[in-house]
Design a protein around this ligand. Structure first.
Ligand SMILES: [Ca+2]
Ligand SMILES: [Ca+2]
Ligand SMILES: [Ca+2]
Ligand SMILES: [Ca+2]
Length: 667
């Protein structure tokens, strides 16, 4: 029955075994109260525990100097006016706060019945203004509670902070006491049923996490801070669990702390993760309000510890993947991949929201792997923007000393770093500014796109990039991908010759060639350059003068010999087409069939991706290549017309531009 740990100090809050005992004691009282959401109940318990622990000796009201003491649920009671009531509980505990299984009958008495009375259950009732002391006795022990009855409004100055996790290249590098302000979050006063207390209204924390409330507060009131932001600032953000319950933390009003009412949400509280998500999206929303015409950033996030569905953005309700509604979904796999402190992952998802809110995104989503160089161009673009966005956010935050403290990567770690942790270690860790050009290349690779955007941001800032999002993408007839971004940049910014050379250089570093190849001009059959047989040459599908580039190539034939024409090494989403023209300049037709080919290997366009465990579009080097053979009817110079597909309904996942090699073989 007795569990003694005599060497431990009752006042030492750092000892977990004692905390556990207290948690039991305190949560019991409040779990009995019906609360609207499970989260809410849990946080009350955790908060009471912590607020108790943060105080000095005597906060857990007890008789000092004995192994056995009476602990009460309050040391101070404040009642706002006559008639106010508050229930206090008493528990017989050992010197470590562990409750005895058998509890005695407690006797309660008030020193001044004209101020308060107290019944046999510890319910204190205010009878008049003034102060009194309530004493509770049992087993020859006693404990006292200070009571104040007042009809004066209380001004409560509070500060709300959450504990964040710092990360570096290899994962979390937590430092102690890494608290940050809970910014622009909703603060309300609720009673012990969770109902908002009238006449006080809600306020919001400021950028430093501070708030001021005033009203007839008393001990049965709680300050509740919710993971929801101030709409009047254009911030309509909320972090909820998958059942739509808003995260919040609650702390009982303590009038003795009214001047400095601290609400710290530690890592041990599930809510700290929710407040980190809120913080990352608050920064992202401020960025959005600054750089676009959007006046209200409305975004729900759905996260909980047991969310194993993944991290993604849903633009709409979807019964299978997005059953909580439109918004960002965040992984919470215990002992696995959790993303609530992975700021880069969160920024990435916000980038998808951003595109949807201020621009257009044509990606169908689906699996994507950072090193894949054959993605659907729309997917590569959408994810590349998402991969780039964290660096944009951190660069923006770092540029202003008043915001730089919001970055949670460790000092000295590149702002271009992108980390996704699994447990505490980085499972993905890349630095956008130093990506291998031989691996991360092509318009069908997301990190190649991220790097181009990174270089553009370094050189020109975010405004011209976002101008393409807001001023070009929404109305463009072609799919939104790196090609249309290139087109939009030229259309909107009309770069100078030197700026265009700079731009081209950024793309070329990633083996992307939106520029005329060395054979131009060759858009017409006459004159056409003659190609040597059996020699491959590299072409770019790009023209400075016409929308659809055509490359004509001439080659000599001898009647009766067979010739094979083919494209290969298709990159950046190229989708080639070949047609042959006779020496007289007419389309070659043999046996009623035009000698042409679009896709020689089209069946390979959708393929299994072992890294994804599913099939997807593959803009690989061969799938949409072209190949044909013919026997020359006459000796002479024939012409090959090379261009992007003529299919009136081309794959929107492929590109209009791109690179390929071409050769003619005499068999
Ligand atoms: Ca993670
Ligand atoms: Ca060309
Ligand atoms: Ca051409
Ligand atoms: Ca083709």
């Amino acid at each position: 029955m007795y569990r003694k740990h005599l060497n431990l100090n009752y006042q030492n809050c750092g000892i977990n075994s004692r905390l556990t005992a207290l948690r039991t004691n305190f949560s019991r009282q409040y779990v009995a109260v019906a609360m609207p959401a499970i989260k809410y109940v849990a946080f009350i318990a955790v908060f009471l525990l912590l607020s108790a622990c943060s105080r000095e000796s005597g906060e857990l009201n007890q008789t000092v100097g004995a192994d056995v003491v009476i602990a009460t649920s309050s040391a101070n009671i404040y009642l706002s006016g006559v008639g106010g009531q508050y229930a206090v509980s008493a528990t017989l505990v050992d010197d470590q706060g562990v409750a005895f299984v058998d509890q005695p009958a407690f006797v309660w008495e008030s020193a001044s019945a004209g101020v308060v009375s107290v019944d046999a259950n510890g319910v204190v009732t205010a009878n008049g203004l003034g102060q009194s002391v309530v004493t509770v006795r049992a087993n020859g022990l006693s404990s006292q509670i200070q009571v104040l009855v007042s009809d004066q409004a209380v001004v409560l100055n509070g500060t709300v902070r959450y504990e964040d996790r710092e990360y570096g290249r290899n994962g979390f590098v937590d430092q102690p006491d890494y608290f940050k302000a809970v910014r622009f979050a909703k603060v309300t006063v609720v009673d012990n049923n969770g109902a908002e207390v009238g006449g006080i209204g809600s306020v919001y924390t400021d950028e430093n996490g501070n708030f001021t409330l005033s009203g007839l507060l008393d001990s049965q009131h709680f300050v509740r801070v919710s993971a929801a932001t101030d709409n009047s600032l254009g911030l309509d953000l909320a972090v909820k669990d998958r059942q739509q319950a808003l995260y919040s933390v609650t702390k009982q009003v303590d009038i003795t702390q009214a001047a400095n009412f601290m609400m710290d949400v530690p890592l041990s509280s599930e809510a700290s993760g929710a407040f980190n998500i809120l913080d990352v999206f608050t920064s992202s929303a401020e960025f959005t309000l600054l750089y676009t015409d959007l006046s209200l950033v409305s975004l729900n996030t759905f996260w909980e510890v047991n969310n194993t569905d993944g991290t993604y953005f849903c633009n709409d309700y979807d019964a299978v993947y997005c059953d909580s509604g439109k918004g960002v979904y965040v992984y919470g796999v215990a002992n696995g991949d959790t993303d609530e402190y992975d700021d880069d992952v969160l920024y990435h998802e916000f980038a998808h929201y951003f595109t949807q809110a201020v621009s257009r995104d044509d990606s169908y989503g689906g699996c994507h792997v950072l090193s894949s160089t054959d993605l659907d161009l729309r997917l590569a673009w959408s994810e590349g923007w998402g991969d780039f966005f964290p660096s944009a956010m951190k660069t923006w935050l770092a540029a202003d000393p008043s915001r730089s403290g919001l970055i949670s990567s460790s000092p000295g770690y590149s702002l271009a770093g992108y980390v996704d942790t699994y447990q505490s270690r980085a499972q993905i860790s890349v630095e956008i500014d130093s990506l291998s050009p031989s691996v991360y290349k092509s318009a069908a690779n997301e990190l190649a796109i991220a790097k181009i955007l990174y270089l553009l941001n370094q050189r020109y800032g975010m405004e011209p990039i976002i101008d393409v999002f807001t001023g070009y993408f929404p109305g463009v007839a072609t799919p939104v991908n790196l090609e249309s971004f290139w087109d939009g940049w030229l259309a909107i910014h009309s770069p100078t010759v030197s700026d265009k050379a700079q731009l081209t250089g950024f793309y070329n570093e990633r083996s992307i060639y939106y520029q005329e190849d060395r054979f131009e001009p060759d858009n017409n059959m006459n004159p056409a350059r003659k190609i040597a047989l059996n020699t491959a040459e590299t072409h770019y599908l790009y023209s400075e003068t016409v929308e659809t580039d055509i490359d004509f190539v001439a080659f000599d034939t001898v009647a009766g010999n067979q010739y094979s024409l083919s494209t290969a090494n298709l990159t950046s989403g190229a989708d080639t087409y070949i047609r042959v023209f006779s020496p007289d300049g007419t389309e070659l037709n043999l046996g009623g069939v035009t000698v042409e080919n679009d896709d020689a290997n089209e069946t390979a366009y959708y393929g299994y991706d072992s890294a994804c465990g599913s099939s997807r579009v593959k803009n690989n080097t061969t799938a949409l290549s072209s190949s044909l053979s013919f026997i020359a009817p006459i000796t002479g110079t024939y012409y090959a017309e090379l261009r992007t597909t003529t299919d009136p309904d081309p794959y929107l996942s492929a590109g209009r531009y791109g690179t390929f090699s071409f050769k003619v073989i005499q068999n």
